[in-house]
Every structure is written in structure tokens, then in C-alpha cells.
Design a protein around this ligand. Sequence first.
Ligand SMILES: NC(=O)c1ccc[n+]([C@@H]2O[C@H](COP(=O)([O-])OP(=O)(O)OC[C@H]3O[C@@H](n4cnc5c(N)ncnc54)[C@H](O)[C@@H]3O)[C@@H](O)[C@H]2O)c1
Length: 332
Amino acid sequence: MKVLVVGGAGYIGSVTVEALVTKGHEVTVLDNLSCGHRNAVPADASFILGDTQSDSDLDQALLGHPDAVMHFAALSLVGVSVQNPALYFQNNVVGGIKLLDAMLRHSVGTLIFSSTCSVYGEPTDSPIDETLPLSPTNPYGDTKLAFEKILKWYANAYSMKYVSLRYFNAAGATTACGENHDPETHLIPVVLQVARGLRDSVTINGDDYQTPDGTCVRDYIHVSDLAQAHLLAMNFLMENDRSAIYNVGSERGFSVKEVIDVVRKVTGHPIPTVTGPRRPGDAAVLVASSKKIKEELGWKPEKTDLDTIIGDAWKWQQSHLQTGKPDAVNRV
Ligand SMILES: NC(=O)c1ccc[n+]([C@@H]2O[C@H](COP(=O)([O-])OP(=O)(O)OC[C@H]3O[C@@H](n4cnc5c(N)ncnc54)[C@H](O)[C@@H]3O)[C@@H](O)[C@H]2O)c1
């Protein structure tokens, strides 16, 4: 199939492009490289340097009339979204609407969207299934929820169907592609930076939560399992005439301290820690129920073991980010 991957030079997008190309799909990536890396796009995929907010860039990307569009492109730093919500709504929501309008212009009606567990805010129940109330606590989460609502009404009115995948915490790497954000805010790559000597210590943001060791508990999902969820979602949309929303997580929670302990084991580095105050808006526990995607799409995560997830991320950082310089790339 022909697939347009918007934001395919980023972390999860590049791993998904790799999975699509491996399965023989014809892939075009559209990315403005604001957070992504040109070298993260496999040579077998076409690349267009372009922005979702440009009609002409979108027209160029959709000219080949893809069978499906995967939409990863977003700004996703929670703190920045609080300081500059205008930037986030412009990029994530206005850019998303422009993408949908361009798809309508080109009669392309199938979309897989990267949503997030942030749409649930601070849930009162665990594990989180798709029926829990939606109440984001920051503008980033609200941009994702807004776009999900827009998708619902576009699908209702126009010839369009979609799958929205609400990811929990993507982590790990393949041999070729991994996580390289600047600034890096995600726990596992940050702790690995301590092991690589790029940071002196890692800060634990609060150790007085209602959890077994007092630190926040999160659900880490291997990025290659996440990529497979996109392929299954695409097949589902090819065979069905309806849209769907799925949580995608490993259904297992690990505390910040547990993650740090596994990094110590995997890297052999002591990983000094500093305990700081809680961050506003951090929920104590965010663990997915992925029952729905397992039952409806037959999704089966293969790398749920935290040692494997962290081990893969560690191997990738060591082989691709030796210098630690900002211009280091996702792929060599
Ligand atoms: N990483 C996670 O754990 C996680 C969790 C939940 C949801 N998500 C969502 O998944 C998606 C991918 O996440 P990621 O970690 O790979 O992020 P990323 O920043 O690595 O990738 C996003 C890509 O989109 C591109 N982009 C951004 N705005 C664009 C625009 N206007 N036009 C064209 N390209 C644009 C960036 O250059 C980048 O390559 C994002 O939408 C994110 O919100 C990620």
C-alpha cells in the first residue's frame, strides 16, 4: 500500500516507517524537521521537507494519492505547551485540520492518528480504559483531545475514517532507530544520559505519591510494538467501514525508582539521584488497559519486559549517540 507518514522523521514515526518499509509498503514522509532528523528516514522511503500548515506542502505529499495517512506530527513538550499554548494549538490543531482538508481535496479518507494518554488527565481509576472521562490537565493533552473531536465530526460528515491510538510512554529502540529529542524530557533516555556521563544525576519529581515506593508509576510500551499497532490499525481501516479509538500500553506499571534500578542493572552505572518536588499535573499512576486493541485488532506486544525495553534504548544510544552532540542523528 501507499502510505503518507506525516512526522515520520521523529522517534515513533521513524520506527513505524521502518516497519512499513520492511513489509513492502510504499512510504512517503512529510516532516518539517522541527524535532525530527532527516537521517532517521530509511533510504527506501521518499522524503518531503514540509509543514502541515502549508497547503502546497500537503498537496505535494498527497499527489501520489496514498491509501492511508499516519499522522505523528506534533509538538509534545507539556511544559512548553503551558507557557505557549498558542504555538501548540496552531501546530497540533490548526496543522491537523489543514491535513484533513488536504486529504479531502485529494479524496484520501483513511487516517491513523497519534493520540496520548494525556487526554485522560489525572484518572480516578486504573488501569485506564477508553471509557474513562477525558479531562487533560495541560494544553498539549487538550490539543490531542481537540483533534480527536475534530476527527469524529469529519468522519461523521465526510468520506473519512480513522483510528486514534492513545499511546502511553513510548520507549526502547530498534537497531536503526531510537529516541533523540532535544531537549530530552522522557525518563528512560534521560536516565541513560546519566549513564553516558552527559548528566550528573537524575531528578525524581516527588517521592510522596500514593504508590508502593512513593514515585510515579508509568506504563512503558516498546516503540516497535507501537509501530505494529499502526500497521494493524491500517489493515483494520482497509477492511472495515468504521473508526475506532484504542489505548496502546503494556498494561504494566513501573515506578520512577524501578526504572532507575533497571537502568543501573543494564548499564552497570550507579545513577545518582536527587529528589525534587512534585511537578504540577503529574498523576500518581498511569497504566493502560489495552484489552480493546488486543481483542479488536489482535495486537500482541512482544517486548513488555522493562529490561528489554531499556536494554534496546541503551544499545541504541551507545551505537548512535556516542558524541552526545545535538547534531547526533537517530540513524547512521
Ligand atoms: N513519545 C511518546 O511517548 C508519546 C506518547 C504519547 C503520544 N505521542 C505522540 O506521538 C507522536 C510522535 O511522538 P514522538 O515522540 O515520535 O515525537 P517526535 O517529536 O520525535 O516526532 C514528531 C515529528 O513531527 C514533526 N513535526 C512536528 N510538527 C510538524 C509540522 N507542523 N509539520 C511537519 N512535521 C512536523 C517533527 O519534526 C518530528 O519529526 C506525537 O504526535 C506525540 O504527541 C508520543
